[in-house]
Design a protein around this ligand. Structure first.
Ligand SMILES: C[S@@+](CC[C@H](N)C(=O)[O-])C[C@H]1O[C@@H](n2cnc3c(N)ncnc32)[C@H](O)[C@@H]1O
Length: 199
């Protein structure tokens, strides 16, 4: 069993869950920099629960996560994260609104022959342009954000940074890159979105 220790968190993995990588580390560090005690946080697609576990280990926050893969949901639960096994926001209806919603989506452009077998495909497959899961996320996230709520979205230069920012702006968010990292063939960025108009 693989065990990762990072910023006071310990996370154990199984072989059918996304192994935290540069994107997960960058998102966890960035999220930590903008969270404070008492915040309520939603993580979409928590995978092993790594990012949520880092936040929980360092801040007195409440975190709920969703995850589409049953293997990942089980893994995150075993790492102490409250997980609803559901697609995107579906199982959250009736839950309260959150101060922060974070998502490290499958963001890689993926053709039919690049798909990986089983549930792990959900960790990587961003559809033909890398934005397959990002667009429904941006369509729905507003209903789950409280007043002055913030989105943190991890993407890559391969996903189309300008296109994602343009979509966020058109959905009513002031959007800017607040962290980036060069990573072999791509650049990873964390985009922060905040409501243009307060609710
Ligand atoms: C790139 S991995 C990131 C995992 C983890 N958050 C991290 O940063 O290490 C994307 C995760 O999102 C999940 N996922 C993909 N599409 C989803 C959807 N529509 N609803 C919920 N989870 C989804 C995948 O199963 C996978 O665990």
């Amino acid at each position: 069993m693989v065990r990762i220790k990072y910023l006071n968190a310990i996370v154990e993995l199984n072989d059918q869950v996304y192994e935290p990588a540069e994107d997960s580390f960058l998102l966890a560090q960035t999220a930590l920099g903008i969270t404070w005690d008492g915040m309520s946080i939603l993580e979409i697609g928590t995978g092993s629960g790594f990012v949520a576990a880092v936040l929980k280990a360092n801040r007195n926050v409440t975190i709920v996560a969703t995850e589409i893969s049953p293997f990942a949901a089980r893994c995150a639960r075993s790492n102490g994260i409250e997980v609803i096994r559901t697609g995107m926001f579906t199982g959250l209806k009736g839950k309260h609104q959150f101060d922060l919603v974070i998502f490290n989506p499958p963001y890689l452009p993926t053709s039919e022959d690049e798909k990986v077998p089983g549930w792990l495909n959900y960790a990587f497959d961003g559809g033909i342009d890398g934005r397959k899961e990002i667009l429904p996320f941006l369509d729905q996230v507003d209903s789950f954000l409280g007043q002055n709520g913030t989105i943190l979205l991890m993407i890559s230069s391969l996903t189309g940074i300008d296109q994602v920012i343009a979509t966020m702006e058109s959905q009513g968010f002031n959007s800017r890159i607040i962290a980036d990292e060069k990573c072999s063939f791509e650049k990873l960025v964390v985009i922060e979105g905040k409501h243009k108009k307060k609710k």
